[in-house]
Ligand binder design. Sequence first.
Ligand code: FRU
Length: 513
Amino acid sequence: PLSSDPFRPEWHYSAGKNWLNDPNGLIHLNGTYHLFYQHNPSGDAWGNMSWGHSTSADLLHWEEQPVAISCDGNEAIFSGSVVFDPDNTSGFGTPGKPPLVAVYTSAYTDASPLRGRQAQSLAYSLDRGQTWTKYVGNPVLDRTSANFRDPKVFRYDGPAGSYWVMAAVEATDCVVVLYRSANLKDWEYLSSFGPANATGGDWECPDLFPLAVDGDPADTKWVLVVNLNPGGIAGGSGAQYFVGTFDGVHFRSETTVTEGLQPDGSRMPDYAWLDRGRDYYAAVSFNDAPGGRRIMIGWMNNWDYAGKTPTKGWRGAMSLAREVTLTRLPSGGVVLRQAAVGPFDGLDGAPDVRRISLGSRELHPGTVDLLAPDSDAAVGDAVSTAASAAARIDVEIEPGTAARVGLLLRTGGAERTVLAYDTATSRLSLDRRESGAVEFHEDFASVEDVHVPLDAGRLRLQVHLDACSVEVFAQDGLAVLTDLVFPAESSTGMALFAEGHGARVRTLDIRRR
Ligand code: FRU
């Protein structure tokens, strides 16, 4: 049973007890999604880094498993990945019993002869991830570097052959290094990528995967995800990505922005980011997700204040899982679109799900309280008695001539988190300055924003609320804003608002329990 805490998420994974950071070893095997993660088994602050473990059939309901790989006197177990080795290339299994192989970073302690170094090591499981054995030949890849970490290993099958590829970072150099292997034990250097685009901090937790642009296999591109801390777009930790090609040896970016002023005179080039909020970091994707889907999870946090968030007995949660696809914009650019693997998906009609819908209506200047509405709105009854803060809002708004439109979220007393669209600047902002507890860290109170062009005059938003988070997917996932918030448990109100005349709500759906 989870400790009771008003901030304990309902739909986001958090460890039953103690500290959690990066998702590790994301893999799907025989109908089960495995989520390993950076975990301190004995405290709610970062330390004793080990791999926690949780499993799920649907990416929404998680079952915590015993700690998978533990730190010892010689090494902390930093971030990495897991592969399924069906042909037993590693020799850790037997033909009838292929292994799961974890590739993790050994961060050597002062007690180790390798003190101060970070190198890549293996552990394997012959019981579908329940128990793990460290390989006696560790480390398997050592560059004598103090900042070589976060290996993402995947199977490459392409024109250049069929082998394991590892993407890892030389973090402080802002470089991704690529290696290949036939057996996961012997690694051959392939190439390096970077520095490029955002380099305002350490490069961490890379990922490299192919995706068909708009579903066309003949138009496949490779995406290189590079998490960055600090130097993220919203301050502190952030996740950037590059789109390009990978020939089995080199990743070549087609989205590297060269130095200098932008055409519009702005200084900060508009790099590609997975999320424009403050709390989506160390994002990586699942290996072997069914149907060739590419599903990512990030740590819903920011190193700026991760150690100070006001939770009790546990600290840190994952984002919702997000399916990513590549799409070509009318401008020709190829970008990622993200869709939450959504709470409430497929739950319409379930006895404990309350759904309200609002048809097309004018949005007058002012606010429409969605839980205790004015008479003509008449939407609130079904959701006002909701049992938790978790909710999903799907709304399509036509801002028209209004100056600002949007949603007030998690309202109650003086608390509110404001999601606003500014028609003059075409920017969508998420303002958590009055969201609840913000004073636990001086950098927490903030406003994030992102440029969001209207689509035929319309703004589509999908908003996921949970006990301590807001995730906003705009224009069907072309822009995403994720922020932690820590409101009172009773602040479950929500409202629509407009400043100025001429706005319309086309559709609105709220789902709660
Ligand atoms: C990213 C990170 C990784 C490292 C891990 C340690 O958040 O700093 O680079 O492997 O966390 O917990």
